[in-house]
Design a protein around this ligand. Sequence first.
Ligand SMILES: [Zn+2]
Ligand SMILES: [Zn+2]
Length: 276
Amino acid sequence: MGVRFCVLGSGSAGNAALVMTPRAHVLIDIGFSPDQLAARMDGTGASWETLKAVVLTHTHADHLKKRTLKEIAQREIPFFCHESHAKQLQGGRYFKRLNEAGAVRLYNGREAFDAADGVRFNPLHLPHDCPPTFGFRIEAVNGDGRAVKLGYLADLGHERDGLAAAIADVDLLALEFNHDEDLERNSGRHPKLIGRVLGDEGHLSNRQAAEVFERVLKMANGSGGPRYLVQMHLSEDCNRPELAFKAAQEVVLKMGAQTKVFSTKQDLRGTVHEIA
Ligand SMILES: [Zn+2]
Ligand SMILES: [Zn+2]
């Protein structure tokens, strides 16, 4: 049995994704209510009952619904967050419950950690206006004992040095394609918000994300690069799935890659990808 990956929903109103191995199911981010998460997990093989761990990228509300912490505390599911996240959350009653349940696990942002048996997370520091924000390079062991590699980069303002190299060998890359730069500039949104999104600590545009993807393919050195590219965090107002797809597909054609490009939505669960 392979490793499976599924984005349960992605966008400015909520984010969560599942990593499923034959031995463990791990949830990344909790940007939805417990009921919504249950509904979105239904049919994937995962459920609240099967989750072995939850891992947090950062504390923006579209990645962390605080009342979902209550569900995690009640179920005593290990909750992995950075030490600074814990400091930011420590005043909240649901996080307190999590602490009382002994479910809080801290990662330091420099070292890899095992979220569950055979699911290793390597944190990657991301430039985003909610410090610290992390993406992950994940090694998940499949039924044959081979480690399948996944990259998960949800919120980042620009590609920092070394980022593409850190994920150059992944089998699946889940990457933010947030906005089209022209649609964002002409959106009629408040200039401050436009400045934030386009800024170095905001979100990746289709163009920027395509550049990250291209660099990953260049660094993959003949191994072919990711077999799957999963586009995340598309803006409902300032992006269109066909624009994001086109930006990535142009790179696939230019580089002669075999990568299959998938998009994700805010309101619907994405494809369950199985990687042998
Ligand atoms: Zn964010
Ligand atoms: Zn976000």
